[in-house]
Write a protein that binds this ligand. Structure first.
Ligand code: ATP
Ligand code: MG
Length: 495
């Protein structure tokens, strides 16, 4: 056993050390292990904490107040009561395990517990994930030189890589994901094995593939890892439709093929730290180009008519196959569908903008604008002229601003007809506009009670007096509406 650096010890939360302490006090061995040790040694914040021990599940359960145990791997979840932080509210404690046969390339046929930490470390995927750390002793058990690989930033399987991937194909994707998240190099033999074993991904569940793919694309550097996964023949097993963009030359406006353009577009979304939907739509927006490409003899260039419509369909199907949630599928599908929107503010009208907003949805329209920015940068074209961009944004806000109208009132014409026994006619409109003026003056007046009381007073007035008040309300409304639009345009410095 080797002494570990002290900086690690101070980073271990009480919610974790109280568990290792309790196990040791009861006479068992206990280590934190796996990704959390790797992350601590790298100075990163662990995503979750795992403890390994020579205690058996029943023995673990008997030591803690609240636990649950609902899996076939021997993992006991120890509950830290009253802890909000999800990474600490449940800490997983797993007995040392010995790997048995894997006949389905995914799960061990049976799980056997072991008395020895060596067995447990041997079954772990990569050397950097196979380091155990004793909190009480401040020592590490590092039988596969994980720390050497950590310091050299190398990803290497524990034992023979091809055998380890054949046991569990998901490890291939975990390698690509760790490559993306940590920026490590994959060691040569491990790399060769991935090339040979990619087909094993066919047996991995779509949900697991999705989870790793999301982590790749949400990392700080997904582009290199996507390029690598294509070179290694992995991409065709994750998202074959993206692979089809490789070598698809575009028209003269583009310097890159469809695949490279998708990567460059994604890169901009990553640089901006934009979220999952935008990253996915950046990567997928031209996925409809390969099947729609046609040579135009007149233009002497390639055309891609309908690639937005076809692309949205392919995107939705691809995300559905990977079991993405419906909201993500809908949103990314819409962004891809409408990414070609016409944005020349010298030529478009507000009603064209209104149509676009209603098609893509108010909640998605700003993402669509961001996708356009990514797309232009990914093409190597300059950004939209700042004025045009601001003008378009201002037009979007204008069409989305709630109109100032009697519809804002907490009372409507039908209520007046019913409660005040008025007959339908212009009088109703005058009353509503007079009420609107009151509410514009003081928004606190907008309650059903107040408005009902006020409308009774108004209904008692003569027709001509009421008409005068109602018309005053209308003028006031129009002035305010104009002011509101001016405010929006001023905000964007546009006319
Ligand atoms: P993160 O927590 O950031 O997702 P991680 O490496 O900790 O990364 P977990 O899924 O939390 O991933 O797994 C914890 C540990 O369990 C790993 O570090 C590794 O030692 C082991 N492990 C996880 N999945 C596998 C696998 N498919 N094959 C072998 N060992 C694995
Ligand atoms: Mg982990």
């Amino acid at each position: 056993m080797k002494k570990a650096e002290n900086k690690v010890n101070s980073k271990i939360p009480d919610e974790v050390s109280r568990i290792t302490e309790a196990l040791e006090k009861a006479g068992f061995e206990a280590y934190i292990v796996g990704g959390c040790v790797r992350d601590l040694l790298l100075g990163r914040r662990p995503k979750d904490w795992d403890i390994t021990t020579n205690a058996k599940p029943e023995e673990i359960i008997s030591l803690f107040d609240e636990t649950f145990y609902e899996n076939e791997y021997g993992t006991v979840g120890v509950v830290n009561k009253g802890i909000e932080d999800k990474t600490l509210s449940i800490v997983e404690v797993t007995p040392y395990r010995l790997e048995a046969e894997y006949s389905d390339n995914r799960r061990p046929d049976s799980v056997t517990f072991s008395e020895k930490i060596e067995d447990d470390l041997k079954r772990r995927d990569f050397t950097i994930n196979a380091i155990a750390y004793s909190v009480s002793g401040n020592t590490v058990v590092d039988l596969h030189d994980g720390r050497g690989d950590l310091s050299q930033k190398i990803l290497r399987t524990v034992g023979n890589p091809l055998e380890r991937f054949e046991e569990d194909g998901l490890r291939i994707l975990r390698a690509i994901r760790l490559h993306a998240e940590l920026g490590f190099t994959i060691e040569k033999e491990t790399l060769e094995a991935i090339k040979r074993a990619g087909g094993l991904l066919k047996k991995i569940s779509k949900e697991r593939i999705r989870d790793e793919f999301v982590r790749i694309i949400m990392s700080d550097n997904p582009v290199n890892s996507l390029v690598l996964s294509r070179e290694l023949g992995i991409l065709e097993h994750i998202i074959p439709e993206l692979e089809k963009g490789v070598g698809i030359e575009q028209n003269q406006a583009h310097s890159y093929d469809v695949w490279e353009h998708g990567l460059k577009t994604l890169q901009h979304a990553v640089s901006k730290k934009w979220g999952l939907s935008l990253r996915l739509s950046a990567m997928f927006h031209d996925i409809g180009k390969p099947p729609t490409r046609q040579w135009s003899p007149e233009k002497k260039d390639w055309t891609f008519y309908g690639h937005d419509v076809v692309g949205a369909r392919i995107t939705e199907k691809t995300l559905k196959d990977l079991k993405f949630p419906k909201e993500v599928i809908d949103k990314v599908g819409k962004l891809v569908r409408w990414h070609m929107f016409f944005s020349d503010t010298d030529q478009i009208t507000l009603s064209a903008v209104r149509r676009l907003v209603s098609r893509v949805g108010q909640e998605n329209v700003w993402d669509l604008m961001n996708l356009r920015v990514c797309d232009r940068i990914g093409t190597g074209r300059p950004k939209e002229s700042p004025y045009r961009l601001r003008k378009y944004q201002s037009m979007i806000e204008e069409v989305m601003a709630d109109p100032i109208s009697v519809g804002m009132l907490k009372i409507d014409g039908n209520v007046l007809i019913k409660k005040l026994k008025l007959s339908p006619g212009p009088k109703i409109g005058y009353i509503l506009h007079a009420l609107l003026e009151e509410v514009l003056e003081n928004p606190l007046n907008n309650t059903e009670d107040y408005l009902e009381k006020k409308s009774r007073e108004l209904a008692a007035l003569s027709d001509s007096e009421l008409k005068k008040m109602g018309e005053k309300g209308k003028v006031e409304k129009e002035n305010l509406q104009e002011e509101k639009i001016k405010e929006i345009r001023d905000k964007y410095w546009v006319k």
